[in-house]
Design a protein around this ligand. Structure first.
Ligand SMILES: Cc1cc2nc3c(=O)[nH]c(=O)nc-3n(C[C@H](O)[C@H](O)[C@H](O)COP(=O)(O)OP(=O)(O)OC[C@H]3O[C@@H](n4cnc5c(N)ncnc54)[C@H](O)[C@@H]3O)c2cc1C
Length: 450
């Protein structure tokens, strides 16, 4: 079998490594036009900030690929003939396959603003984007970031690390308003202000203005304000990269349409990761998953099917995490930005420090937890996944909150406070008594058999 994979991101590479394990005899070829070797896209920002070098964000040494007989082709797949089972490469050469995986990822989504192609205006998705950003932000004073999502705030932090004054334009009336409840958004706003990032809410980009050399010099907002900027980051979201799939006439919608085995409309052609759209997403599931860990899970799953072990893709409860400057954020399950009928949202926030915990639950369904947001408190993925899958009552979750606690000695001091607030806020619910856990000293004694 010759498996050809288009895209060497987390999805393509996980599929290749899994397929190698399952089929030692298979020929496997990875085609990618971005970089010769796989790297961790999520760590791009740390390269710009000088914490690591590009070399450090490659999870595998360059020897790994020949040693595992994974052939790498650094080129663009420009054509796909599904009846002849053949790819055309930008080098002009054809590449025949028995099985094909499209793992072509996403591309930045722009709204077609006047001036968006000026020098100094760009998105951040790829390593070439990062290199261009490094060149174009060298020595500048002011930048504007358009978009109040995860990449927007990353850009703000990156620019801030180089002493560049940043203004963010955010369409909503709060940060990441479509995703975060107001209280969490306010904590992030505090982080932004503490780092001297100016945020203009309810403000959109109208146009980008050029200097005499064709480089951006300012933006004009929809409020008519002109803001000086020698660099502008457009972080208004990403959309599945459909270029190759559309050329080949595969069925697409916003993404490449796949069934639960991640098969596309053409025989022997699969799609996974950011570029795929699930035809039958469940009630609480999004049809297009644009995350690192879902890419890895889809890559692993599809490799099983390709290698003769048909395996439906099941994601399980939603999970995401991010870091907003110094503030860590995790979310499990479903926590809508606005309240939902039939659901209660318990929220605790430390009076002075940047720690908060929100747990959503359904009183009418045995107080079952439906989702959690944590800010500045690290939680254990496997524990929350278990609680959510089992529809655990919030009282049981709070009683045993320590089990989900990633930094026990640090977070523990907040547990009594959290429980006390819940008991006060929900006097009709069964009161919670915190489970006693052994302290570090007692644990050390018991581990040593004393
Ligand atoms: C700056 C940034 C920060 C992020 N941070 C996080 C985070 O903290 N947590 C998180 O969960 N997610 C994060 N994400 C999202 C996450 O990185 C993506 O969901 C994930 O990388 C998608 O993986 P993928 O393999 O499906 O696609 P990609 O990583 O996009 O890989 C696809 C590859 O295919 C190549 N390609 C496409 N078409 C062709 C073609 N025709 N021929 C050859 N090659 C082709 C592309 O150039 C690309 O290299 C971040 C994304 C960005 C941009």
């Amino acid at each position: 079998m010759h498996l050809v994979i288009i895209g060497n991101g987390i999805t393509g590479v996980t599929a290749a490594i899994t397929a190698r394990r399952l089929r030692p005899d298979a020929r496997i070829t990875l085609v990618s036009d971005e970089t010769a070797h796989h790297y961790s896209r999520t760590a791009l920002m740390y390269v710009y900030m000088g914490h690591v070098r590009y070399h450090d964000i490659k999870p595998h040494g360059d020897w790994f690929w020949p040693e595992n007989r994974l052939e790498l082709v650094h080129a663009t797949a420009t054509g796909l003939d599904t009846s002849r089972k053949e790819i055309t490469l930008s080098t002009g050469e054809p590449l025949a396959y028995d099985q094909l995986l499209l793992a072509t990822g996403s591309i930045s989504r722009w709204a077609g603003w006047p001036g968006q192609h000026l020098r100094g205006v760009q998105g951040l998705y790829s390593l070439p984007d990062l290199e261009q950003m490094a060149r174009d932000t060298h020595g500048i004073q002011q930048a504007v970031v358009v978009g109040g999502g995860l990449i927007g705030i990353e850009l703000a932090e990156m620019l801030h690390s180089r002493g560049i004054q940043v203004t963010m334009l955010v369409r909503d009336n709060r940060y990441w308003g479509s995703v975060l409840p107001k209280a969490e958004a306010e904590l992030i706003d505090l982080q932004l202000r503490a780092h001297h990032i100016e945020v203009k809410y309810r403000t959109e980009l109208a146009e980008l203005l050029s200097d005499k050399e064709g480089r951006v010099r300012a933006v004009r907002t929809t409020a008519g304000e002109e803001l000086a900027a020698q660099w502008v980051g457009l972080a208004t979201g990403v959309t599945p990269n459909l270029a190759l799939a559309e050329k080949a006439g595969l069925e697409t919608d916003r993404g490449i349409l796949v069934n639960e085995l991640l098969q596309t409309s053409a025989p022997a052609v699969f799609a996974a990761g950011d570029c795929a759209q699930h035809r039958q997403a469940g009630a609480d599931e999004v049809p297009i998953e644009q995350l690192w860990y879902t890419g890895r899970a889809q890559g692993e799953t599809v490799a099983h099917t390709i290698c003769g072990q048909p395996t439906p893709y099941r994601r399980g409860p939603w999970f995401n995490s991010a870091k907003f400057f110094n503030l860590e954020y995790q979310t499990y399950g479903r926590v809508p930005a606005e309240p939902v009928e039939g659901e209660e949202s318990f929220y605790w926030q430390h009076p002075t420090a940047m720690h908060a915990l929100r747990i959503n639950f359904r009183p009418g369904a045995g107080y079952a937890v439906t989702g959690m947001n944590s800010m500045g408190l690290r939680q254990r993925h496997e524990v929350w996944e278990k609680w959510l899958r089992a529809h655990t009552p919030i009282q049981d979750v709070l009683r045993d909150l320590g089990a989900a606690n990633f930094d026990p000695e640090f977070f523990r001091q907040h547990e009594p406070d959290i429980v006390q607030q819940f008991n006060k806020q929900y006097p009709t619910a069964q009161p919670v008594v915190l489970k006693q856990r052994k302290g570090l000293f007692a644990r050390l004694l018991s581990a040593s058999g004393t």
